[in-house]
Structures are given as C-alpha cells and as structure tokens.
Design a protein around this ligand. Structure first.
Ligand code: NAD
Length: 488
C-alpha cells in the first residue's frame, strides 16, 4: 500500500478511535500480540543484534507489556475532563480541558531497540485515541518484518498500518500530512523530519541522541560506580541512546576505575566476551566500520579490549584512557562499545566541560556526597539525570523520557506519551442567562464600565507577607474593639 493510500484509509477511520472502549480493545490486542509471540520477538531481536533473552524481554517485549498495562490502568483517569481554577467573572461557567486525539500520526523508529522504539510510541498514540502509521528501521530487518507481519493480525487495519522501507519510503511518507510525527534516531535525519513536517505545520517529537557524560567524583565507591557504568555502556553493545558515552574523572581515579571496569566486564561477559551469550553485536558493517575507525583514530591509549571481528560484527568492550577533549572519540556520539575516559579533576571542571558542549540526552554523576550530585543537577541541563547509576531513570514511567536542545524535543512514557499524542482543548460552557453582566464588555465603552471591568477581571500579585498582614490586621482590630468597649 502506498503511503498516500494508507494515510487516506486511516483518516477515514479516525472516529473509531474516539471510543475509550475501542482504544482499550486495541491495547489488549497488542498485549496478546506480545504475549502469544514471545519466541518470535526474541528470535527476531537475536537475529538483528544478538540480544540475550533477558534484554529482549526486559528492554523490549516486557517493557512494552508494562507500558500497555500502565495505559490500561490509567486511561479512564487521564481522559477525564480536567477542571481548572476560575476567576470571578467565570464563576458561573464550566471550564475544563478536554483531552482529544490528534488524528493520524506517524511513528518512525530506530534500530537499536527496534521493538520498544516503535511499540511504546504506538501504545501512547492508541491510548490517546489516534490512528497510526509505523515505520520501523530498515536496519533491524528481522524485527521490522515481524512488526509488519504481526501487527495487522491483531490491530484494526483501518486504524493502523506498518510501512517498511528505507530513505525512499520514509521520504514518501513524510510528504503526507500527519497530525503529529514522532521520530527516533540521529539528529541529521531529525532535521529532515522537522523540515518535512514544517511544510504541513505538523508538530514533531524528536527523540535524538548525542554524547551523554558520566562524572565520577574523587570521593566515590569506585567499584560500585564501575559496575553500574560498565552495565550501562556495554549493554546492547553500546548501542543505547542513553548509555554513558564518556567518563569524566580525576587522573588519580582513572586507574582505580579501570580496575573496577575490568573486573565488572569479566564478571558480566567472562574472559572472552565474544563467547558470551550475553554480549550483543554491532547492527551492520557500516556501523562496525564507523566504530572501528573511531578506535583506530583515537590518540588515547586502549586500556581494555580493542579487539574486533568484522565477519561476526564483533567489537569487544573497549575502554580508552587519557583521552583529550579534541580526540576522535569525543567528536560525535560513539553509539558502540567504547568508553573514553577524559580528565576532570573536580566536579567544577566537569560541569564546565559539560556546559561547553551540546545539551546531552542523559547525564550521570557518581559521588558519595549527595551535595556534589545535587549541585551538578542544578548547574547543568540534560534530557534526564541519574545520580549514582546509569540508565535506570527510564525504568520509571512517571518520569518523562526525552531530550533537550540538540538531544531532542518533546517526551513520552506513561502519561507523558498520552499527553504528547493528545490535544488539550480549552472548553468554557456558559449559560445564556445574566446578559446584563456581559453589558460591561460591549460598546459603547465608558469609564465606569472600564472601572468595573478592572475590578472584576484585574489580577493582583500575591502579597508575600499575606499571613503576616492578616495577623497584624486581626491584632489591630482586636485592640480597637477592646479600646471601643472600655473607652467608647
Ligand atoms: P536509523 O538508521 O534506524 O534511522 C532512524 C529512522 O530514520 C529509520 O526508520 C530510517 O528509515 C529513517 N531515515 C534514515 N535516513 C532517512 C532520511 N534521509 N530521510 C528520512 N528518514 C530517514 O537509526 P539511527 O539514526 O542510526 O539511530 C541512532 C541514533 O538515534 C543515535 O544518535 C541514538 O542516540 C538515537 N536514538 C535516540 C533514542 C531516543 O529515544 N532518544 C533512541 C534510540 C536511538
């Protein structure tokens, strides 16, 4: 089916999705689709990225299942009219925000979490009552094929469509008019998506990437920090948008951290990670060459790993020490299993370094002293922040997931996804009675009308000493009352 035909068909059916019950049915159907095909999902993910079972389930299938449950459990609450505070002149009116579907939305996914990055936005789009076209990444071929095969078997084909393909197909899709586009991927394509959306004035959510820093303070349990950093950096072979991209730590701590990382990596993947069932692979030759070239070009010294096997798309977990800020590894997002360590002697140095670069998608800081961590939270800007761990911020659906500045715009997960795909319609319902009151705003305008209007609608700044003034007033009135009683 051509993109134009697909959009036309879905647009003719947007009313179906207005029913809450229908949205719930579609969400439950998607739940069945995940549950009844667990083996097929995990096999596809294994084929695409050599993902181990626990990551297939925890980061993809089960992650989406949990997201569906959150939406099913809260949909009634989220869709209720949200009554708002009123002023004196609206006191007789009914004023609320109504959450409405946007219409037909486009979801473009990336390859690194090929199931989650397409289905989580879809769950939010369904829950908010939209029809959706999905465009999975062509790089994770097996997952994309499975999404195209399975979804039409479970979801209403009049409301949802999957279109697979690469640049040509995505370009054709982007020529269509959508009511919202959610794109996940690199920022160069993000600009293409935004420019195409601008032609139709379509709003966009861009889930992009960038270099996410990780500061390790002098005063810190280095072994614990090393375990948590190694997990976040090397899960999915480093191909995670919120993975710590580089470490900032003092020269004194570097050697201790390296020992900790070495021990953690051996514990996770054994002496030879290539033999480990739990270590993923690079998605394709192009990305393999890209990461390998970065390693070859670095002027830092490889302290751990550095091995590769092109035929197997394998690059071992690699840690590079004494990396300069101008190094090849520090130019763009690494998006592979390489962790450079850059020197920052103090938290102040780290903050200066972070603030001199693009705003990251995620920022991590490890320190025994919570004051050091809170200080970094306050002095930096990033999509998300996690203190004393990596990546775990995304395990909580009451926190928004998204970037800031060049790392993205908009967010989702849980209610944030529902809000992203909803229009908040301002509703004011008035009665036809009390027309005299309205006379104030109609011409002919007079000074008297203006003075009444100001009295009824004019805003006053909140008095800071509100309670104090009230108490003072009460005391003065009491004294006056006593004086009048005895001397009046
Ligand atoms: P990718 O190659 O799969 O591209 C993403 C999507 O864009 C695909 O569906 C692809 O078909 C489409 N596309 C590619 N070129 C296009 C073009 N010229 N015109 C229109 N569409 C086009 O994924 P990627 O970009 O390699 O993904 C990696 C990047 O994504 C990293 O920067 C990573 O940090 C980021 N990412 C971000 C998140 C997040 O949630 N913020 C999640 C995953 C990945």
């Amino acid at each position: 089916m051509s993109p134009a035909t697909a959009v036309e068909r879905l647009r003719a059916n947007v009313d179906k999705m207005k029913s809450l019950q229908y949205r719930q049915e579609q969400l439950r159907a998607l739940l069945r689709c995940l549950h009844e095909n667990e083996d097929r999902w995990t096999n596809a993910l294994k084929k695409d990225l050599h993902k181990p079972m626990m990551e297939c389930m925890g980061m993809e299938v089960e992650y989406c299942r949990n997201e569906i449950i959150i939406h099913l459990n809260n949909l009634d609450e989220w869709t209720k009219p949200e009554y708002v505070k009123k002023d004196l002149i609206q006191v007789m009116d009914e004023c609320y925000i109504r959450k409405e579907p946007l219409g037909v939305v486009l979801i473009i996914g990336a390859w690194n979490y090929p199931v989650q990055l397409v289905l989580c936005p879809l769950i939010a789009a369904i829950s908010a009552g939209n029809c959706a076209i999905l465009k999975p990444s062509e790089l994770s071929e097996a997952s994309a094929a499975l999404i195209e095969e399975l979804l039409p078997k479970y979801l209403d084909k009049d409301c949802f469509a999957v279109i697979n393909g690469g640049v040509k197909e995505t370009t054709e899709l982007l020529e269509q008019k959508f009511d919202h586009i959610m794109y996940t991927g690199n920022s160069n394509v993000g600009k293409i998506v935004m420019a195409a959306a601008a032609k139709h004035l379509t709003p966009v959510t861009l889930e992009l990437g960038g270099k996410s820093p990780c500061y390790v303070d002098k005063n810190c349990d280095i072994d614990v920090a090393a375990r948590r950093i190694a997990w976040g950096r090397f899960i999915n072979c480093g191909q995670t948008c919120i993975a710590p991209d580089y470490v900032l730590c003092s020269s004194e701590n570097q050697e201790r951290l390296l020992k900790g990382l070495q021990a953690a990596l051996e514990e996770y993947f054994g002496k030879d990670p290539k033999e480990s069932e739990d270590y993923c692979r690079i998605v394709n030759q192009r990305h393999f060459q890209r990461v390998k070239t970065m390693i070859e070009k670095t002027k830092g010294s490889i302290a751990i790993g550095g091995d590769s096997d092109e035929k197997d798309l394998y690059i071992s977990p690699t840690v590079v020490k004494d990396v300069q800020p101008t190094d090849a590894l520090m130019e763009g997002e690494i998006f592979g299993p390489v962790l450079p360590i850059v020197t920052a002697e103090t938290a102040d140095d780290a903050v200066r370094f972070i603030n001199s670069r693009d705003k990251p998608l995620a920022l991590y800081a490890f320190a025994n002293d919570q004051k050091v961590i809170r200080d970094i939270v306050e002095r930096t800007s990033s999509g998300a922040f996690c203190g004393n761990d990596t990546m775990m911020q995304m395990s909580l659906s009451t926190l928004p997931f998204g970037g800031v500045g060049t790392s993205g715009m908009g967010n989702y997960h849980g209610k944030f996804g529902f809000d992203t795909f909803s229009h908040k319609k301002a509703v004011m319902l008035k009665a036809l009675a009390m027309e005299k009151m309205n006379g104030l705003r109609y011409p002919p305008y007079t000074d008297q009308k203006w003075s009444w209007f100001k009295r009824l609608a004019g805003k006053k700044e909140k008095s800071r000493g509100g309670l104090f003034s009230f108490l003072l007033f009460a005391v003065i009135m009491t004294i006056l009352a006593v004086l009048i009683k005895f001397f009046g």
